[in-house]
Design a protein. Structure first.
Length: 755
């Protein structure tokens, strides 16, 4: 400190120093400390200047104490230095390892110890614990004196307990129940099974994301004015629990009313633009719907060469009718062109993988809507944890640079899995998957799985943008072997073994907004064998023994509005497939299948209803069909029956039953999913289902074959559990109608997990 006798003297006194003498320093040299003060020798300075010089030295953080003592034309600077850090250690940490915590530290061995920096390091580590729900974590920096003016810096960690979300509540929600809204967000309430989940750990960032998720959910359901005003968290006194409250202002739900187009550009008539709009009157008014209509209008201008025509939506609410009338005004956009697209942050992903998500290129007009859609497409690839696409000023006012900033995330996985099926038993699998192979955006997966009497090895490769277009090239190859032993030799078994080697390339591309078409070819070699003694084998299966080569080509058309359709609460799916064999090989046949399904959420989304119809037919020209070419309804198609448990059957000489499959099938499935009223942390809900169907038709039947078109029916109850091991489904079934020779099943459990 600078000491003077009176306030008046401070204001009047000036100083001039010819020499500066630094005392007490051992680690930092005299000139460096004098340089911190920035005092010019032999120049007059006021008391305020002297105080500023003192503050500059003290603010360096290198000294425990600093004292300025003027002695005539000599200034004595006395300092007491902080010691050098000999080593840094972290003690008491178990949940976070040393490497993860050390990466957060700014203090370094060999550097000067700074109390403020050590405190900042402790706070950084505490924040890392807080992000994992341990808000009560405390980190204390301690010093251990060593010889030579050095110290060991030790951070003592008290991790504390995980802060759990004791309650999630909502204020202002009228349309959707609390239970339903809790299903929208990631944060869940603590309960009896809390130790198995992490979603009930308090995380401020997750709650912020949940607030946005609620906002998006209401907007996607037509609540145009909905606002999530706050997501408030209150911590318990011990900081081991939190109470989260979301305050919502719902507003009114709107549907699309009248849509019109006007032109504010001379020489452009709105008629063609209005004709380019799809009639969507009566649909829920959502941001996605509005963006789609804007895109349709602007596409008309783009195709007509009017690339700067913009569709400006003007909304008129009709609160009494609950509708929004939209008027699109055709206006002239700014004549700004894209100078270039700069991509940064991608260390693995190639630039072309990101660029192909843009429907514009250098030299095209700048359209902010196109940039937003490109950012969404880049994010949807799953290759990046964060994507920012922003236009910045170019080399002149008529040009802009599109700045793309990405942050990559992991895209590969190595999995070890267990599976269980009531008919297949326990099994295991090893898989490798990479969705961004070599940074090219390609998908590669390799899988080996084994269950009793069955093994498979498969490879799948997909190039999603062949020749830079929305054209996916797929290559699949696999080897599947089943053994005619053990399970297959029982009275319920199919009593045949197979070895199938297959290769299939495909091309998939969009044909409409919700429709895609896949073209494929396949080549496979199949060997059918039977176990001894043959007295248990149906003569119809003995006819199928041997090896065949089959070459086929086919297509699948899919129309699906369930996930990305205009109404998020209901959707429709339709698929039609057809394959023709006979372009080479031993077999000639035609096979067709179709499936139509409808899904709808009712009671404000608490209950989901599904209805599906599936059918198939196969025709053979190269002799009778073999057992691998016929349909065999599995438990995923017709619940309540074993594989090969319904349809045509044959009997061996000793009377043993053999399932044969059929050339035709038809199945209708009805299902409802609903909450069971259990606490949310159980992650359990229920379902009711009914399946009605039939499997029939076998050519060249032998005398032992029974083939009819009998209808089967099953009803049951399901329990769905999102367990830590993976999604589990328990089916409890009662066959309502079946034949005496059918093989029924009363219970089914499916489990699949990766770790």
């Amino acid at each position: 400190m600078v000491s003077v006798g009176s306030a008046g003297a401070v204001l009047a006194q000036t100083f001039r120093f010819a020499t500066i003498d630094v005392q007490g320093n051992e680690l930092i040299d005299d000139d460096t400390i004098a340089g911190f003060a920035r005092i010019v020798r032999n120049r007059s300075m006021s008391a305020a200047d002297m105080n500023a010089a003192y503050q500059r030295v003290a603010a360096t953080g290198f000294f425990r104490s600093v004292d300025f003592e003027p002695q005539g034309n000599r200034l004595v600077i006395r300092v007491q230095e902080y010691p050098l850090i000999n080593r840094i250690s972290i003690e008491g940490n178990r949940r976070l390892d040393d490497d993860e915590l050390s990466a957060l530290l700014q203090s370094r061995p060999g550097g000067v110890y700074s109390p403020s920096q050590a405190e900042a390091d402790a706070n950084a580590m505490a924040e890392a614990y807080a992000q994992r729900g341990r808000l009560a974590a405390r980190i204390e920096p301690r010093l251990i004196e060593r010889a030579g003016g050095r110290v060991d810096l030790v951070f003592e960690v008290a991790e504390g307990q995980v802060a759990e979300v004791e309650r999630v509540s909502f204020v202002g929600n009228r349309t959707f129940s609390e239970r339903h809204l809790r299903g929208v967000i990631d944060t869940s309430q603590a309960g009896r099974l809390s130790t198995l989940f992490r979603s009930d750990n308090y995380n401020a960032e997750r709650i912020a994301r949940d607030r946005q998720a609620l906002q998006d959910y209401y907007m996607s359901r037509g609540f145009l004015d909905a606002q999530v005003l706050s997501g408030v968290s209150e911590l318990t006194l011990e900081r081991d629990g939190a109470f989260v409250t979301f305050t919502i202002r719902e507003g009114q739900q709107y549907r699309l009313g009248n849509v019109s187009v006007i032109s504010e550009i001379s020489g452009i008539e709105p008629g063609a633009y209005r004709a380019g709009l799809t009639d969507r009157a009566g649909q829920l008014f959502t941001p996605t719907l509005l963006e789609t209509m804007i895109q349709q209008v602007e596409r008309v201008g783009y195709e007509a060469g009017q690339r700067f025509v913009r569709a400006e939506p003007r909304l008129v609410r009709n609160e009494r009718e609950g509708t929004v009338d939209v008027e699109f005004a055709l206006v002239r956009g700014d004549r700004v062109f894209i100078e270039r697209i700069d991509i940064q942050g991608n260390t693995t992903t190639q630039d072309r993988v990101i660029r192909r998500q843009f429907q514009v290129a250098e030299g095209d007009p700048l359209n902010p809507r196109e940039l937003r859609e490109a950012a969404a497409r880049i994010q949807a690839t799953g290759y990046f944890s964060d994507v920012q696409v922003n236009p910045v000023s170019g080399s002149n006012p008529q040009e802009a640079v599109v700045d793309v900033q990405v942050e990559e995330t992991t895209t590969g996985s190595l999995g070890f899995g267990l599976s269980y099926g009531a008919s297949e038993g326990m099994g295991g699998n090893v898989s490798y998957s990479e969705t961004n192979f070599m940074g090219r955006g390609q998908h590669l997966s390799l899988t080996f799985s084994t269950v009793p009497d069955s093994r498979s090895l498969s490879m799948s490769f997909t190039e999603p943008a062949l020749m830079g277009r929305d054209l996916a090239l797929g290559l699949q190859a696999g080897l599947i072997t089943t053994s005619p032993s053990a399970a297959n030799a029982t009275s319920d078994g199919t009593r045949f073994g197979t070895q199938t080697l297959a290769f299939s390339p495909s091309l998939t591309f969009p044909v409409s907004e919700y429709g895609r078409l896949a073209l494929r070819a396949s080549l496979n070699r199949t060997a059918i064998s039977t176990p001894r003694p043959w007295r248990a084998i149906s003569p119809r299966i003995l006819m199928d023994r041997g090896m065949t080569y089959t070459s086929s080509a086919g297509f699948t058309y899919t129309y699906d509005t369930r996930r990305n359709g205009p109404n998020p609460d209901r959707g429709f799916i339709f698929t039609f497939s057809q394959d023709l064999a006979g372009l080479g090989g031993d077999r000639e046949w035609a096979r067709s299948t179709l499936m139509a399904g409808y899904e709808r959420q009712v009671l404000n989304g608490d209950v989901t209803l599904r209805a599906e119809f599936e059918a198939g037919a196969a025709y053979h020209q190269s002799g009778p069909s073999n057992i691998t070419e016929r349909f065999a309804l599995g438990s995923d198609q017709m619940r309540g029956f074993e594989a090969y448990g319904i349809g045509p059957v044959g009997y061996g000489p000793n009377g043993a039953r053999n399932g044969l499959g059929g050339n035709y099938f038809a199945v209708a499935r009805l299902e409802a999913e609903f909450p069971l009223g259990l606490p949310q942390d159980y992650n359990v809900h229920g379902g009711l289902f009914m399946d009605i169907g039939s499997l029939w038709g076998i050519d060249a039947p032998t005398p032992d074959v029974v083939d009819d078109q009998a209808v089967r029916a099953t009803a049951g109850f399901s329990v769905f559990w999102g367990s830590p091991l993976g999604p589990l489904r328990f089916n409890f079934m009662v066959p309502l109608q079946h034949e005496a020779y059918d093989r029924t099943r009363r219970f089914d459990l499916t489990i699949a997990t990766r770790f």
